[in-house]
Design a protein around this ligand. Sequence first.
Ligand code: NDP
Length: 290
Amino acid sequence: MKPLKTLIVGALGQLGRALQADFPDADVVDLVEGAKDGVLDVSDPAQVAEFAWHDYQLVLNAAAYTAVDKAETTEGRRAAWAANAAAPATLARVATEHRLTLVHYSTDYVFDGTAELHTEDERYSPLGVYGQTKAAGDIAVATTPRHYIVRTSWVIGEGRNFVRTMQQLAADGISPTVVDDQVGRLTFTADLSRATRHLLDQGAPYGIYNVQGSGPRTSWAQLAKEVFRLSGRDPGEVTPVTTQQYVEGREGISPRPANGVLDLSKIQATGFTPADHLEQLRDYCESDRP
Ligand code: NDP
């Protein structure tokens, strides 16, 4: 009998790319052409039905619709529900049928951000469509017996993200306004992938685990200033504004939680130490510029 394999879904996204490094023997698929093992649209029931699930024992679902503002549009809402809620529900059913372990990724956006510190057992209270669809996905994934839901925030890896955008603005000589009343911590994909590996290797009890960079909570504006400083620009060129000031005159901005700080004690109790997000930010900015 052939040994059962690992599958990474959404392998070309920021997290998917990091998972590929930590799970080098895994098969990898994505929505679009380019992944080594081809295309799999997990929101398409026909494609899921045809897929050879019996070859696998572990599915890492890094696929998601992550365009938070676009999810508020007519088209985006449908795509977000398909990828973030319907697809995980299908994967959960497949996992149960084939006795697979399913690892899925969640977000602080499933909360309204009124809690100072989000624990794993906080009740869902999403503000926008993205958070609503992700909450629905979490609920579906929790129905399969062998599941890990890794809840994270402000993900930074290989691809488009906040830090890359700020680096580009710094390089282009632009002086942005950035919100200063939403606080959280960055999570680098290498750390998120390392935490995934750790949970599986330890055989940690199934369930939800928060994984986020450690260190001080910061606002988006503070992070933007740090990126400007690391890029050789004057941090004073970044103007902090309130969310209300930022959305004024702009259309289609999704509501976001004001506080995205996750309680890390559960993952730490398993023996995993998340790295400091500001130290990782320095390494990230120094090693790779846009
Ligand atoms: P990305 O948007 O970088 O990657 C998601 C990947 O999934 C893309 O390659 C995307 O393809 C693919 N995908 C989308 N829909 C489908 C589908 N139906 N079938 C198969 N693949 C699909 O996301 P991240 O790596 O940043 O996010 C990883 C996880 O972390 C997600 O669960 C996300 O919700 C969560 N998260 C992310 C945060 C962030 O700041 N980015 C914050 C908190 C949580 P394509 O690009 O072609 O659409």
